[in-house]
Design a protein around this ligand. Structure first.
Ligand code: HEC
Ligand code: HEC
Length: 199
């Protein structure tokens, strides 16, 4: 367990509580990101801001590089792309590592049980090969970014962006799978992802 608190990293190890002063526990410019994503990666209070807490660092890095090179456009909130444009590769890695270390949370939004059950079938059929649960042991090695617990408005925005071409899918197979979705299936998926309980 790691708790980051203004540069002080407390690591609990087998009953011992060790306080270590981590010079760089918080990346220097994290305030820029925290304005929207929060220091905890929850993005609480902002519909279109994805939860990035506990998302494996490699996935966060890949996403940031995709915004930087234009494979992902910031459709809803252009300031996001402006904020990450000047980051060096090292800063990207630092920030991704910082948010990846946060405990994964769920947006805890309301969902319809029946729709969620339909959504699970669609997910298992089309998406599960790459998108695993945030708590899965292999989440870091999975091709896709974990979707369960993600904010509904962000999922709708992201899926819409892939379908209109504002985002390139980095793996062609996902583009094929997305072609099989219609608005009804997207809604069912969004309800399924909202039904995830991290406990
Ligand atoms: C003005 C608000 C804002 C700021 C500032 C901001 N972001 Fe974002 N971030 C967003 C929004 C909104 C999205 C979704 C954008 C989209 O795809 O249209 C996003 C998406 C992301 C994603 C993709 C997550 C995923 O699951 O694919 C990452 C990673 C990220 N931001 C990291 C950062 C970092 C690091 C910083 C600071 C350098 C930062 N953001 C600054 C609002 C912001
Ligand atoms: C062959 C693997 C694969 C399959 C199958 C797949 N995806 Fe993905 N998905 C990815 C990868 C890789 C990314 C991250 C890179 C990108 O943006 O293309 C991603 C990203 C996403 C994102 C953006 C997540 C975020 O946090 O920004 C969404 C939403 C998504 N996928 C939904 C789906 C849905 C829904 C399905 C099923 C209909 C699906 N994917 C099937 C590999 C896959």
């Amino acid at each position: 367990m790691r708790i980051f608190k203004s540069g002080l990293c407390v690591i609990a190890m087998g009953g011992f509580l060790v306080g270590v002063n981590f010079a760089n526990a918080e990346p220097e410019n994290i305030a820029v990101c925290a304005a929207c994503h929060g220091h905890d990666g929850s993005g609480a209070g902002f519909d279109y801001v994805p939860i990035i807490a506990g998302t494996p660092a490699a996935h966060l890095e890949e996403a940031i590089f995709a915004y930087q090179d234009g494979a992902r456009k910031c459709v809803g909130v252009p300031v996001m792309c402006e904020a990450i444009a000047p980051l060096t590769e090292n800063e990207v890695v630092e920030m991704a590592t910082y948010y990846a270390a946060m405990p994964r949370i769920s947006s805890e939004e309301e969902f319809d049980r029946k729709l969620a059950a339909v959504g699970k079938l669609i997910h298992d059929d089309l998406c599960a090969q790459c998108h695993v649960l945030p708590t899965d042991d292999n989440v870091g090695d999975a091709l896709g970014i974990p979707l369960n617990g993600q904010r509904a408005a962000y999922l709708r925005l992201a899926l819409g962006a892939y379908l209109t071409g504002d985002r390139e899918t980095l793996v062609p197979i996902m583009a094929d799978k997305l072609q099989e979705l219609d608005q009804g299936k997207i809604e069912a998926l969004v309800h399924y992802y909202a039904s995830w309980d991290p406990e």
